[in-house]
Design a protein around this ligand. Sequence first.
Ligand SMILES: *[C@@H]1O[C@H](CO)[C@@H](O)[C@H](O)[C@H]1NC(C)=O
Ligand SMILES: *[C@@H]1O[C@H](CO)[C@@H](O)[C@H](O)[C@H]1NC(C)=O
Ligand SMILES: *[C@@H]1O[C@H](CO)[C@@H](O)[C@H](O)[C@H]1NC(C)=O
Ligand SMILES: *[C@@H]1O[C@H](CO)[C@@H](O)[C@H](O)[C@H]1NC(C)=O
Ligand SMILES: *[C@@H]1O[C@H](CO)[C@@H](O)[C@H](O)[C@H]1NC(C)=O
Ligand SMILES: *[C@@H]1O[C@H](CO)[C@@H](O)[C@H](O)[C@H]1NC(C)=O
Ligand SMILES: *[C@@H]1O[C@H](CO)[C@@H](O)[C@H](O)[C@H]1NC(C)=O
Ligand SMILES: *[C@@H]1O[C@H](CO)[C@@H](O)[C@H](O)[C@H]1NC(C)=O
Length: 490
Amino acid sequence: LFCAGAFAAFETMPDHVMFGCCLVVFFCLLRGCDGNCPAMCLCVSDTVCCSSTGLVKLPMFLPTFSMTLDLSHNYISYLSAGSFEKMPRLENLRLASNQLTSLGEGVFQNASGLRILDLSSNRLHVVEQHYFHGLWRLEELLLYNNKITQVESSTLTGLSSLKKLYVSLNQLTDFPFFTIQDHSHPFLTMLDLSSNRLSSLPWADIKALPSLVQRGLYLHNNSLVCDCTMYSMFWHWQLRGYDTLKDFTDDHRCTIYGERRATITFLRHTRFFQNCTLEKAVSQPVTVYLSTVTVTEEETIHLDCHTSLKSMDLSFTWKTPGKGYLTPASINDTLITIFPNGTLEMQSVRVNDSGMYVCTALDVKLGVNATREVNVTVSLPPPESFNTGYTTLLGCAITMILILMYLYLTPCRCSCCKQPKPPSKTIPTYDRSSFSSAFTASIREQPQVYSDKHVAFLEPMMSQQGLHKINHIDFLLQYIVRRNNTLGAL
Ligand SMILES: *[C@@H]1O[C@H](CO)[C@@H](O)[C@H](O)[C@H]1NC(C)=O
Ligand SMILES: *[C@@H]1O[C@H](CO)[C@@H](O)[C@H](O)[C@H]1NC(C)=O
Ligand SMILES: *[C@@H]1O[C@H](CO)[C@@H](O)[C@H](O)[C@H]1NC(C)=O
Ligand SMILES: *[C@@H]1O[C@H](CO)[C@@H](O)[C@H](O)[C@H]1NC(C)=O
Ligand SMILES: *[C@@H]1O[C@H](CO)[C@@H](O)[C@H](O)[C@H]1NC(C)=O
Ligand SMILES: *[C@@H]1O[C@H](CO)[C@@H](O)[C@H](O)[C@H]1NC(C)=O
Ligand SMILES: *[C@@H]1O[C@H](CO)[C@@H](O)[C@H](O)[C@H]1NC(C)=O
Ligand SMILES: *[C@@H]1O[C@H](CO)[C@@H](O)[C@H](O)[C@H]1NC(C)=O
């Protein structure tokens, strides 16, 4: 009956949701109803869904066993202390698109199991330091699209499991970067501060951020002030090929002398920074392209030194397994060349030339380098192909000997055995060019013998059209069949 009622009530819901709902209600009845599903919500196994239900405050009773609570797209403007303390298994709390302007003390007390907390698209102003106190398991914190002007400096303290923090689309003018360190937030890989009002940032603090955080730091669409310190930071990130810059190249803008009208997309128009002294690079290697080349002995290899460095003025050094370091100036081997573009050419490579070839491209002006590694494997030519060639050659030689023997050593040398001459018209129709050059050569040496010998075997073949198409093997076979007596003697 209850299920029927539920079906009637949620006629528009998908079947499986209703089925799940009924199951939950059924189990709930069996277990003595330790959590009530609020009338306007949908409760499915461990999930309570109250989104878009017009709630203005948290429902009085919520199922205590739920792990996911979705309250998004409502009108909740206030959460009291301990709102979620009766939900010890709560991991995923969705409060997006509500009317929250602030959070009181202890809202999330006894909810330390939270892993995902979505407070996006609310009206929060200041993220106070007590907001997320005790949420040491929190992995994702979504605060984008609020009206946040300030994140208090110890807000992130204690959020030691944090992986992703989204504070995009707010009105921040600064951010406490210094509170993020390797040991305090070891798993943080995403810090989205894009589309705020950041202008001058503490670049020294940002430079000290763990490299995982730097790799996932989004700062585009802010009103940064163009200066060398700022550019230097982005230049290094660009050199390291971070996606944060690649994906939003045109959204990285800065204002010259803070003048709002003079805005440049600084990753594209670098002319403004031409007088900046960019600090010597980065402790870690810039980019390593790894590739493999497989060739057989005696071939020529071309290994290109294409790296992340785009300058036209690079110097190249190749480290080779057999010949040590090679530069264009140091080579005295005629088989090896390094082209101006860094490409290494090695002619007739040997098996012992195999190994790892490492090219270092050095931008002398900027003092950065990048490497490219190529794993070269030189193998011996496959033995079968050699054998096949050899066998064919041997076969040809034997055939030649047989034919020469036939031509010169036939027992029938006396004039009495000569066969009568054929009608003269058959000779011109014979196409000599169909024979291999070897045959032709031997035949031409003895034109007399040739015409004499062939009369006997050519004559019957004249009846066939397209004699010239017969290849030399057929020719030989015909020959053998015709003169098998003689061959038998041979
Ligand atoms: C909340 O946690 C405190 C200690 O941190 C504990 O004393 C209290 O009983 C808990 N409340 C609930 C409802 O579990
Ligand atoms: C840039 O930020 C402004 C607000 O600061 C926002 O309205 C706009 O949508 C953002 N643009 C992009 C491309 O994110
Ligand atoms: C760079 O220095 C040159 C020579 O000192 C100067 O003419 C030029 O305006 C400077 N460029 C910028 C962008 O400051
Ligand atoms: C490789 O072998 C060739 C002879 O086969 C020899 O001349 C050359 O020095 C060897 N190279 C190395 C690096 O051992
Ligand atoms: C190349 O130069 C080195 C010394 O720089 C010399 O020992 C070697 O014999 C030279 N090799 C050839 C092939 O000229
Ligand atoms: C480098 O130059 C050589 C010779 O000019 C050319 O054969 C080769 O394709 C070039 N390599 C690249 C990657 O441009
Ligand atoms: C390349 O850069 C690294 C680190 O900056 C440095 O240790 C190394 O000596 C440089 N290599 C060359 C060939 O300049
Ligand atoms: C290079 O390639 C060979 C064969 O593909 C492989 O056995 C070897 O481990 C590779 N070396 C490196 C350093 O990757």
